[in-house]
Design a binder for this molecule. Structure first.
Ligand SMILES: Cc1ncc(COP(=O)(O)O)c(C=O)c1O
Length: 447
């Protein structure tokens, strides 16, 4: 059982001062009533103010691919702070790291011919949209149901309209509950409701039909190749290739959102994993190993609009030296020995997911585990052998059991993300897996 006294005291103070939290997505309110205040982190472990130790599978929401305080990462940041400045004014001064980092991105990411840095994934996505509109001169962009691309008005929330009258704009319902539209927010600029078309994921016919009618109005198709934000829905075989083919046919910019998958599923991101090369890609999270940094990378002819300033992408902190050093250190660790750390992480992850599946089988609990290298989902209520491609495939998901499992594991010192998402890091060990499986066995026996 976790000790809670100090965490509880700080939670009360926190909730009085902060309306919501640092990020306030529509997660179970219950979770926000028991905040955990961390005072130490090392490798795969974190410790809170009450002295509880956790194996951390939250990964800082994705960035912590290295685990915590990787010695080479810490040294690289310290060296920079000991000798120079974390901020030199975006575009006023540069550091030699700028060159090394960009060369590595161009080397590892298939679509990257030019690179441009920002700070958050949300910002990178907005820049991709602007670049695509500038390049094509067209107003709309396409996104897919269940995908998440940041909190800005034009891209957050909304549901696929099953019977659109005319253009397939997203459908916003202020009364929709968080399970139906988890990213709905009041306060969006009304005009942004009609910037995007929102289509069902993995439906090539609907996409083709939409483009036949409105293709010459579409600047960009932006999407997660593996929909990590919604059950890790995989692309159906051939779907990504179809998107590529249609984008080329209609002169649309194809943009893969690699904010989660970038440098997590592998050094080449999801595009490397699936072997489909977009025109643009957005990166964030794991790229800088824990510091706020993001990027848009892509084809020279689109990115070159930034050089003549026909498209602007300003930002005081863009390319700041500390962030650059963080990206450089992260990539150096990940690319070493031909990506040996990825191979090790994959092995540890497989032992964990195989173990969780076996325990669920032992207790007769339906559990589908799905994901890619570096991340996976535990979806209770679903057939273990059936791949999740669409929202319909998730219809029988048992959200109640998922919360129960998550909360009980937390009591055992295992910290996964609410909603069944698990992030791996290169710091996770076989011993972590053994402890996690012991805890999972104890908890599943009671579900
Ligand atoms: C796929 C994807 N794109 C974009 C974003 C937005 O990134 P940020 O939260 O850094 O603004 C996220 C955040 O979770 C994401 O998962």
């Amino acid at each position: 059982m976790l000790k809670t006294e100090k965490n509880r005291e700080l939670t009360e103070k926190f909730n009085a001062l902060y309306p919501g939290g640092h990020t306030n997505l529509r997660v179970s309110l219950e979770a926000t009533q028991h905040r955990v205040f961390i005072v130490r982190a090392e490798g795969s472990r974190i410790w809170d103010v009450d002295g509880n130790e956790y194996i951390d599978y939250q990964g800082g929401l994705g960035p912590n691919i290295l685990g915590h305080r990787h010695p080479e990462y810490v040294k690289a940041l310290k060296d920079l702070l000991d000798t120079s400045s974390p901020c030199l004014g975006s575009g006023l001064f540069h550091t030699p790291d700028d060159i090394e980092v960009a060369e590595k991105l161009v080397k590892h990411v298939p679509c990257a011919e030019r690179v441009k840095f920002c700070l958050s994934g949300s910002e990178a996505v907005q820049l991709a949209i602007r670049l695509a509109r500038g390049y094509t001169g067209r107003p709309h962009f396409i996104r897919f149901g269940g995908h998440y691309h940041g909190w800005f008005d034009n891209i957050v929330g909304g549901m696929v309209d099953p019977n659109p009258k005319g253009k397939p704009y997203p459908f916003y319902d202020p009364d929709a509950d968080p399970m139906t539209d988890p990213f709905f927010t009041k306060g969006r600029a009304p005009a942004t409701d009609k910037e995007s078309f929102l289509l069902p994921w993995n439906d090539a016919d609907v996409l083709e039909d939409t483009l036949k009618k409105y293709g010459d109005e579409v600047a960009l198709i932006h999407f997660e190749a593996l929909v990590v934000n919604h059950g890790a829905m995989e692309p159906r075989p051939g779907f990504l290739q179809k998107v590529r083919e249609l984008c080329t046919k209609y002169g649309i910019v194809m943009s893969i959102d690699e904010v989660i998958t970038g440098f997590r599923t592998g050094i080449g991101g999801a595009q490397g994993h699936y072997g489909v090369t977009p025109d643009l890609a957005t990166f964030g999270k794991a790229m800088a190993g824990g510091l706020p940094f993001s990027a848009v990378v892509g084809k020279a002819e689109i990115m070159e609009q930034l050089r003549d300033r026909s498209v602007l992408g300003p930002g005081t902190f863009n390319g700041n030296p500390l962030g650059m050093r963080a990206v450089l250190a992260t990539l150096k660790i990940l690319e070493k020995d031909n990506g040996a750390v990825y191979a090790k992480m994959e092995k540890v992850q497989k032992r964990l997911t195989d173990g969780l599946s076996a325990i669920a089988k032992k207790y007769g609990i339906p559990l589908r585990i799905q994901g890619a290298r570096g991340l996976f989902y535990t979806a209770f209520g679903l057939d273990s052998d059936k791949v999740v491609y669409t929202e319909e495939d998730m219809a029988n998901m048992d959200a109640g059991k998922m919360i129960q499992f998550w909360a009980a594991l937390k009591q055992e010192g295992i910290s996964a993300l609410l909603g069944g998402r698990w992030y791996m890091s290169i710091a996770h060990t076989d011993e972590d897996v053994t402890r996690t499986l012991e805890a999972a066995d104890k908890v599943m026996a009671t579900l």
